[in-house]
Structure formats: C-alpha cells, structure tokens
Design a protein around this ligand. Structure first.
Ligand SMILES: Nc1ncnc2c1ncn2[C@@H]1O[C@H](COP(=O)(O)OP(=O)(O)OP(=O)(O)O)[C@@H](O)[C@H]1O
Ligand SMILES: [Mg+2]
Length: 274
C-alpha cells in the first residue's frame, strides 16, 4: 500500500450523465497521495553528498479502482479499519479532493461534515464561522439569518458564539460543526465520523437528528466506527479495506462480515453508540 517513487499520476475527468435517481456516482476512482519529504541522511550518505539532502516522494494508494453509486434518498454507511480510505472516498465525493484516476459525479447541494469541524477557522468566532460556512454552502443571507438561531440552539453554544473558536473545547468545536452541517438543508449530506461528537447527551441528540434526516428524502453518506449506528441509520453499506471496496451489501451483512474480520464479536460495539 505504501511505496516510494517519483512518478507522476494523470488525472482525467470527463462528464457523464448518470441514471435518473443516481445522486453520487464514483467510477473507477483511484487516489494516490504524494508527499515529498527529505530522506533522513545517514552519516555515510551525508559524507558522500557533502550535506546535500535527497528528496523522495512517498506515495500512498489510498483508493484503488473504487466504483459505486448512491441513489437519491438512500443512506450509505461506510465501515473499515483506520487508514482503509473511508475519509479519502468521502473527500472525493465532497469535491475537496480530485481523484488521481477515474471520475466522481455528484448531483445536488452537498453539505459536508468531515471530522470535527474541518473548515472552521480557529481564529474567527463561532458566529463568523457559522456565517462563512453557511455562505460557502450556498445559503443566501436571508436563509442564513433564519437558520442561525436554530444552529446555535442545537449546538447549545449561545454563550460562546462571540468567542474565537480556538477557545472551544474539542466537544464544543464538534457540536458546532455537526449543527452547521445538519441544519443547512442539504440535498446530500456527507458525514465522516461525527456521531461521536460531544458528551453522551449531545450524542443522543445528534443520533436522533440523524435519524430524522435519514427518514427524509435526502441522500446521506455516513462514515462511522460506531457500527450500531450504521445498522440503525443506513439502508445500504460498504466495507473499505486497504483502499479497495471489499464488500457492498445491506448494513447487517456488512457489519457482520466486518466484525468477523476484526475478530471482535458484534457485542463489542453495542455500548459505543449512545
Ligand atoms: N493528506 C494525506 N497525505 C498523505 N497520505 C494521506 C493523506 N490522507 C490520508 N492519507 C493516507 O491514505 C490512507 C487512507 O487514509 P484515510 O484517511 O482515507 O483512512 P480512513 O479509512 O478514513 O481511516 P480512519 O478510520 O483512521 O479515519 C492512509 O494510509 C493514510 O495514511
Ligand atoms: Mg477517516
């Protein structure tokens, strides 16, 4: 999965009309992260190269030929071990990360909640971040004005909205992120591991909010290690393994196969959810 090389990767992407009820189409997508780093010099190599440092490019194939479709109104759960490529897949769906190979089509207005409030500027206040986040999500000023109180009330952060977000605890940070994402009335909601935000009370509340959203005709993609939530909220699921789509089925079968693979037993996750 991890290799050292200096090769370039092409990134073709051509538009294509999906089926009528397909909201997200991922076609043969591969993503290779390339990180340029300095090879650690040894005493001998330093002598040989007289102090010049050698740069190497480290490549990680985070997604390999992944294809899938998410239909209008369905709730897709994504499970898999750490480093399996789940966040990378959601980032390509969100349009934040272009695929190295293949194409991704998304039809609808997307709201993305990628791991605890990514996208917030820590030096700005909660209020400024909510406004910027809303405008970036395509809401008009009037819509945003109407939504603002709802967002703050859901996050229960009325007293903190004028404080810079760097002063927030990580739970507070995550609550505001969750509240912004779910209150934007998106056609498509991409959620990467956000149900475990906050204390037990807030987790219960966010789970209920998710249940409400899942019952509406929205398309939702939910990445979570909380397998109980995947079973309860999703109507279809995939298991990512080392960058590959290992299995696609109903959530119960996916959770069963994945926990069997992890060798933890299905009881291991029942307490983590709420
Ligand atoms: N920005 C990046 N630069 C280089 N490599 C990255 C980057 N982001 C992720 N990777 C690598 O890509 C692979 C997939 O990472 P990804 O974050 O998609 O996994 P994940 O399934 O979301 O894991 P987790 O359950 O821990 O959130 C990992 O090997 C990781 O090291
Ligand atoms: Mg992740």
């Amino acid at each position: 999965m991890i290799s050292l090389s200096v090769s370039e990767t092409a990134s073709p992407a051509t538009p294509h009309a999906p089926g009528a009820d397909t909201t997200i189409r991922v076609e043969d997508v591969s993503v290779t992260y390339r990180t340029s780093l300095e090879r650690k010099p040894t005493f001998k190599s330093t002598l040989l190269r007289l102090g010049r440092r050698e740069r190497v490019v480290r490549e990680v194939e985070a997604l390999k030929n992944v294809s899938l479709e998410v239909h209008q109104g369905s709730v897709l759960g994504i499970v898999g071990a750490n480093g399996a490529g789940k966040s990378t897949l959601v980032r390509t769906m969100a349009g934040i990360l272009p695929p190295s190979v293949g194409r991704v089509e998304v039809h609808g207005r997307v709201s993305t909640l990628l791991a605890l409030g990514v996208g917030f500027n820590r030096d700005l206040s909660g209020r400024e971040n909510v406004i910027l986040g809303g405008l970036a999500a395509g809401l008009s000023r009037e819509q945003l004005h109407a939504k603002y109180d709802e967002i703050v009330e859901f996050a229960e952060l009325e007293d903190f909205m004028d404080m810079p977000m760097r002063t927030y605890s990580s739970g507070m940070y995550g609550r505001l992120g969750f509240s912004v994402a779910v209150n934007m009335d998106p056609d498509i909601l991409l959620i990467d591991e956000a149900l475990s935000v906050g204390d037990a009370k807030f987790r219960k509340k966010s789970f209920e909010k998710m249940r409400e959203l899942c019952a509406q005709a929205r398309t939702i993609v939910l990445v979570s290690h909380a397998l109980g939530s995947i079973e309860q909220l999703c109507d279809t699921a995939i298991w990512m393994h080392k960058g590959e789509l290992r299995m696609q089925s109903d959530p119960e079968s996916i959770v069963h196969a994945y926990t069997k693979f992890l060798d933890v037993g299905e009881d291991a996750f029942t307490m983590e959810d709420l």
